[in-house]
Ligand binder design. Structure first.
Ligand code: ATP
Ligand code: MG
Length: 138
């Protein structure tokens, strides 16, 4: 059965002009784009989104980075979407990412790593609801 996941093309990749290339990789991997929007977010919105990481040493920098410029918010669908997107993204630290993955190709550091993808069904549901209204997901 088709599954949905939530993803963000992060500000570093948008700034460098990698949006279309990343979308092409995602579509080539078999994902349907259910919903997509480009916008800037506030530091407070980033803090709410990444609340599970509050208190970690990289939290402040992560939220400052995510609010540093426009990003692309997406809901994606395919069989096994959550795990498959994580595979297509590659490791959190691009230095450890496999050849051909989005982070290997487009990311420069663990802090600025081009793309986000939900890591479980519960986080996908929270993250999708955080950024999209129900009527945007038809
Ligand atoms: P994401 O949630 O963005 O998809 P992830 O699930 O691979 O990435 P998480 O552990 O959820 O990784 O961390 C969230 C984000 O916080 C990472 O994408 C990364 O940008 C940043 N981050 C994580 N660990 C570190 C670290 N040690 N130093 C700097 N930034 C970090
Ligand atoms: Mg994560």
């Amino acid at each position: 059965m088709a599954q949905r996941t939530f993803s963000i093309i992060k500000p570093d990749a948008v700034r460098k002009g990698f949006t279309a290339a990343i979308l092409a990789d995602i579509e080539r991997a078999g994902f349907q784009i259910v919903a997509i929007k480009k916008q800037s977010i506030s530091k407070e919105q980033a803090q709410g989104f990444y609340a599970v990481h509050a208190g970690k040493p990289f939290f402040e920098g992560l939220c400052a980075f995510m609010s540093s410029g426009p990003l692309v918010l997406m809901v994606l669908e395919k069989e096994n979407a959550i795990a498959d997107l994580r595979r297509v993204m590659g490791a959190t630290n691009p230095a450890n990412a496999e050849e051909g993955t989005i982070r290997k190709k487009y990311a420069e550091s663990i802090g600025q790593n081009a793309i986000h993808g939900s890591d479980a069904e519960e986080t996908a549901a929270f993250e999708t609801g955080y950024w999209f209204a129900g009527y945007e997901l038809i």
